[in-house]
Unconditional design. Structure first.
Length: 488
């Protein structure tokens, strides 16, 4: 529901990074001494895996946009944009594609003079302030032909001169990936080093091969869930009958008293009827459709943010026994946001979702905005309901097969159907455990969860040192009160 987007912006160089490091000009080699994240960025759309610098944040492009992702340094000094532009001219080499980018900048920042010679239009660009300052056109990135160049030009408002760097890679015939660097002139040395290092570390997989592997993982997921009986769903729900969970960042001492509390939630799963989606309605007032049997999942949570605000949410999900229908409601309230009027109404977001087989409709109500309707398209197989996504670890463990799976599910955060990958393993050092690695979105760090042999959840590592663990309610209250955490 709440998204954030950010952005931030290179001057004469005579030596390329690879030449300075003693490497041939036509080869790209990663530089040493740059700290990288353990998990790279993966963009399945173009089969790209790219190393990420430590502390950088990733913002994914919106659907339909040529921008696949923006990587922004932790100090906001530079941004690397990864783009998959469409070419209207087939058979362009990376250099020819780069020429189009160069000419577009020269046109934008220059004067265009045109005339006709017979039936032909002739143009020249004069006095352009966009100048090519460095170029290598015989580069190879991950064994693929590439063209790299830097341009000097005015910034967006024309007040300063900046330089943009571009690396054009032809992934397959007619398909290009463009890496664009933006930074301020005074930060060019470190920015260019970082940029060329990251791009040199890029690897590409044939998108057709990647799609085939993804399809196999989806088919494995369908087969795994298709083998499960209703009794298995009953058992999975019983494993999450009523559980309190604590989100925290452990302290170096390992003591709970020294840990940083970040949130908590209560999760419940049970077999019931659709009318239980609304606890305020008495069973005696249920309509005929409210008696539809199925499985329900409820989450009540509070998550704290570094600005002092807290996000309280209550969500309830229902799935029919055959999985063909589902319904859900989510209420999210923001408390103590900086600048929020004391005593005034709290901003509350409401999402309702309905699905009948392949027909889905979601409506989002946000403060001060008209209702937003979303009609996601469910294509092919592999879609799972919201209830199934929450019970998925238990379902796969009870199914008893360690493998790599993929599923499609609606994401409220992304407001669209997304692919999620799930790897189920038995660790060699402790085969009595189950380890499930889930990637909810390609730009996210994977969540690594551990379960006992019977499917009972033990803990989940969600990245950035944060951990979810089950906790007794009384112990949770004791910890939060002792630390003066907001519990109202």
């Amino acid at each position: 529901m709440m998204r954030t987007l950010a952005a931030t912006f290179i001057l004469g160089f005579s030596l390329s990074l690879c030449a300075a490091s003693g490497q041939p000009a036509g080869s790209a080699q990663p530089a040493l001494g740059i700290a990288l994240e353990d998990e790279p960025l993966v963009l399945p759309e173009v089969g790209l895996t790219l190393p990420l610098p430590e502390g950088a944040r990733v913002e994914m492009g919106r659907g339909g946009s040529a921008i696949l992702a923006n990587i922004i340094s932790k100090d906001d000094l530079w941004m690397l944009s990864i783009q998959n532009p469409a070419s209207s001219v087939a058979g362009l080499t990376p250099r020819e594609f780069g020429d189009r980018i160069i000419n577009e900048h020269r046109r934008r920042h220059g004067q265009v003079r045109s005339w006709t010679e017979g039936d032909r239009l002739v143009e020249t660009i004069e006095r352009s302030r966009a100048v090519l300052v460095d170029r290598i056109s015989n580069l190879k990135i991950a064994g693929l032909q590439a063209d790299r160049f830097y341009m000097q030009m005015p910034d967006a408002v024309g007040d300063e001169i900046v330089v943009r760097g571009y690396t054009v890679v032809e992934v397959t015939s007619g398909q290009y990936v463009v890496f664009e660097l933006r930074c301020e002139t005074q930060h060019i040395e470190v920015s260019r080093l970082m940029y060329e290092t990251l791009v040199a570390g890029a690897t590409f997989v044939d998108p057709l091969m990647l799609e085939a592997e993804r399809g196999k993982a989806v088919m494995r997921g369908q087969a795994a869930l298709g083998r499960l009986s209703q009794n298995v769903y009953d058992e999975a729900a019983a494993l999450v009958a009523d559980r309190w969970e604590r989100l925290y960042r452990p302290a170096p001492t390992g003591a709970d008293a020294d840990a940083t509390e970040l949130g908590y939630r209560r999760t419940r799963a049970w077999k019931g009827v659709r009318g239980e989606l609304d606890p305020s309605t008495a069973p005696s007032r249920y309509r005929r459709e409210d008696h539809q049997p199925g499985y329900l999942f409820a989450i009540q949570s509070r998550i704290l943010h570094s600005d002092g605000s807290a996000i309280d949410s209550v969500a309830r999900y229902f799935m029919s026994l055959d999985g063909k229908q589902e319904y859900w409601t989510i209420l999210m309230t923001v408390r103590n946001r900086p600048g929020q009027t004391q005593g005034g109404p709290l901003p509350t977001y409401v999402e309702t979702g309905v699905r009948d087989e392949r027909m889905m409709r979601i409506v989002i109500h946000a403060p001060g905005e008209p209702p937003k309707e979303i009609l996601p398209l469910i294509q092919g197989g592999g879609y799972i309901s919201q209830v199934q996504t929450f019970l998925l670890p238990q379902l796969l463990i009870l199914g008893g097969i360690a493998d790599d799976y993929a599923f499609y599910a609606y994401s409220s955060q992304e407001q669209q159907i997304r692919l999620r990958t799930v790897s189920v393993q038995r660790p060699a050092h402790n085969p009595s455990l189950w380890r499930i690695t889930t990637r909810l979105r390609v730009q996210d760090r994977p969540q690594v969860a551990e379960y006992a042999e019977n499917g009972m959840w033990l803990r989940t590592h969600v990245g950035d040192g944060k951990v979810w663990e089950p906790i007794r309610f009384e112990r949770l209250v004791e910890l939060w009160r002792r630390k003066g955490m907001p519990m109202d």
